[in-house]
Design a protein around this ligand. Structure first.
Ligand code: AMP
Ligand code: GLY
Length: 441
């Protein structure tokens, strides 16, 4: 079967490698658009943009692609699934109307309320004046209360500010709505939200619209600096381990959040298929949904997929053909970790073009897998940095500590001018400290 993966990051490299290694029966011919220098080793890279929906569909028809897997949210929001289905192509992702669960935070919150999914209290404002009025009205508390301000639309991780006071929240509203921090469409409306306290967890699943299969719960580290300091990034590392969600909390998250969400999507005819990623805050009162993503997280995908024992191609095919209930998906019992190696200047202004050394030795560490996020290759074959997040060093082991040791042993063998990474992946600050760090923002 010919399979096409859309995207170019570490997540897509992990998807490609897992698809390739899990092919059962007939061999897989794997394509990736646009791909990167690491993906090139496992797939044929196609120089098409991930959001050029009609060119991608033309390609898929021409190459008789039997299954398409989409990495990120932008192609889904651009209507890739709708167009592929219109052309009779099999694709494992949500149509645009269902992708609004991620592409509009206002839509997602209204959806949660309609279906009784527990989440933070919120208000929507369509202008700075309206937001100010809501904040000054005191729905979220006094002047010193933390408030979370979110742009409605897709903002590549830049659309959320956890403000520690009303004054800071008002500044955040101005930045999001008028300051050009996010695109004008994304910032047309803002959400003001009660700030929840607790640890975060990411719960991902595959659904075919009827059945679903949970993945091992994950946790990522969004801040660039150790101790959760500095600006937010796409993610500096992720782990999966038994301790991420205890059995009881997981059962509550499934009963109170996952199932009402999937039922709601079905009842509203959203035709949601693909990967659903629920961002959770584990509060003293129980799990609360912070947000939905309609795709794998990056780097969560790397940490999750290295534990998959079943065939990923079969899973995505079952998602697309509504046969997920027939599969028995199995995972390794190990813990896993992914440590992201980033370029100098990430996330604001990453440098590119530095020569990467030591990759060969780094892969010799037991279970270490290196996923390329932003790399390119020169004609003479050397590897250069080509993005902010450059590599994701991923490993599994019986305990999280051992998995992390393996990641760090592997990372220590890699170098380039300006490389940096967090040395505290897998260690988590408690709520109150985390809140302090938000305040420092
Ligand atoms: P989101 O994109 O909605 O997940 O928000 C990004 C990050 O902002 C989350 O991972 C949390 O760390 C933080 N955040 C979002 N909403 C809240 C909330 N209501 N209370 C506290 N922190 C939040
Ligand atoms: N790592 C968070 C995300 O992919 O949304």
């Amino acid at each position: 079967m010919n399979v096409l993966v859309i995207g170019s990051g570490g997540r897509e490299h992990a998807l490609c490698r897992t698809l390739q290694s899990s092919a059962r029966g007939e061999p897989l011919r794997l394509f990736c658009a646009p791909g990167n220098a690491g993906i090139e080793e496992v797939a044929e890279c196609v120089a098409l943009s991930a959001t050029d929906v009609s060119a991608l569909a033309d390609f898929a028809v021409r190459e008789r692609i039997g299954l398409t897997v989409v990495g990120g949210e932008a192609p889904l929001d651009a209507g890739l699934v709708d167009e592929f289905e219109r052309r009779g192509l099999l694709v494992a992702g949500p149509p645009r109307a269902a992708a609004r669960l991620e592409s509009s935070k206002v839509f997602a919150k209204d959806f949660m309320l309609r279906h009784g999914v527990p989440t933070a209290r919120h208000r929507v404002a369509a202008s700075v004046a309206e937001a100010r009025e809501i904040l000054r009205g005191g729905v979220f508390g006094g002047e010193d209360t933390s408030v979370v301000v979110k742009a409605d639309g897709l903002a590549a991780g830049k659309g959320v500010v956890v403000a520690r006071s009303r004054a800071e929240a008002e500044r955040a509203v101005e930045e999001l709505m008028e300051g050009g921090r996010v695109g004008s469409e994304a910032g047309r409306r803002v959400l003001l939200e009660e700030a929840l306290e607790g640890r975060e967890a990411s719960l991902l699943l595959w659904t075919d619209g009827r059945d679903y299969v949970l993945m091992p719960p994950a946790r990522d580290h969004k801040r660039v600096g150790e101790g959760d300091t500095g600006p937010n990034t796409g993610g500096m590392g992720a782990i999966t381990a038994h301790g991420v969600l205890d059995e009881e909390t997981l059962a509550r998250a499934v009963n109170e959040i996952v199932e009402p969400t999937l039922r709601g999507a079905r009842d509203e005819g959203l035709n949601f298929r693909g990967v659903l990623f629920v961002g959770l805050m584990l509060t003293a009162e129980g799990p609360r949904a912070l947000e939905y993503n309609v795709r794998f997280g990056d780097p969560e995908a790397q940490a999750i997929l290295v534990r998959l024992r079943s065939s990923l191609a079969e899973i995505f095919e079952a998602v697309a053909t509504r046969r997920l209930g027939e599969l028995n998906v199995t995972w390794s019992d190990d813990a896993s970790a992914c440590v992201v190696l980033a370029a100098r200047g990430y996330p604001e202004c990453p440098e590119t073009g530095a020569r990467i050394h030591g990759l060969g030795e780094a892969t010799l560490v037991p279970s270490a897998q290196i996923f390329h996020a932003g790399t390119s290759r020169t004609p003479d074959g050397s590897l250069l940095t080509a993005g902010g997040r450059v590599l994701g060093i991923t490993a599994t082991a019986p305990t999280l500590g051992q998995a992390l040791e393996r990641c760090y042993a592997s990372a220590a063998r890699i170098s380039w001018d300006g490389m940096h990474y967090r040395r505290d992946i897998g260690r988590f600050t408690e709520n109150s400290r985390q809140q302090e760090h938000y305040r420092e923002q």
